[in-house]
Unconditional design. Structure first.
Length: 198
């Protein structure tokens, strides 16, 4: 019988994306919706890795289940690396992606295309009860578009154009995005690790 594996994310878009990336593993993937509501941990780490590990440890301890969590964000060169670990809360604590995107566009209003370089980074963490955290990382380079395009994905996907592509992540089919995305890369490595464990 497959062991349960909890996705430690209260973000519905991210939880759905992670479920797709973990599909087909010899684990029974569960979401937080399968359990009683619980407050989310405060993401106060100074790095994506610190936040990912904190979330995985928190939910693993809360439900006594193996847990996978990630922390990811957008790093914009013209903004000195912002929004970085504050990507979800860039425009305020309500974590509104529409407001985050609007703030990013406003901050880059006078920045020409060649200088709008950016990257998405993702840190995926896996923890079993009484076990050490295992971490994998993925990044993807690109540019910030001049406006939002596309309805797929979530977060900054309507603004991020990966290097070598002409569409934003939000304009791509999910499978095309996963093949090159930061989260897709991190979880491809994590999948290989989880397959050996199961």
């Amino acid at each position: 019988m497959a062991k349960p594996l909890l996705i430690g994310s209260g973000n519905p878009g991210k939880a759905q994306e992670l479920a797709v990336l973990l599909e087909g593993l010899p684990w029974e993937v569960k979401s937080l919706n399968d359990f009683p509501r619980t407050p989310a941990p405060e993401e106060d780490g100074g790095s994506f890795e610190a936040n990912a590990v904190k979330k995985a440890l928190y939910y693993c301890g809360r439900f006594a289940l193996a847990c996978v969590a990630d922390d990811s964000g957008l790093i914009v060169d013209a903004l000195g690396g912002a929004p970085g670990v504050y990507s979800a809360r860039y425009a305020g604590e309500e974590q509104d992606p529409v407001k985050n995107n609007a703030k990013l566009l406003a901050e880059l209003a006078d920045t020409p295309w060649p200088a709008r370089t950016a990257r998405f980074a993702c840190c995926a963490a896996f923890v079993e009860p009484d076990g050490e955290a295992h971490v994998e990382v993925g990044t993807v380079e690109g540019h910030i578009s001049m406006a939002c395009f596309g309805d797929n994905g979530f977060g900054y996907d309507p603004l991020f154009v990966p290097t070598g592509q002409e569409q934003t992540f939000a304009e791509m089919a999910p499978e095309a995005k996963h093949a090159i995305s930061h989260r897709g890369m991190a979880f491809q490595k994590l999948r290989a690790y989880l397959e050996r464990l199961a």
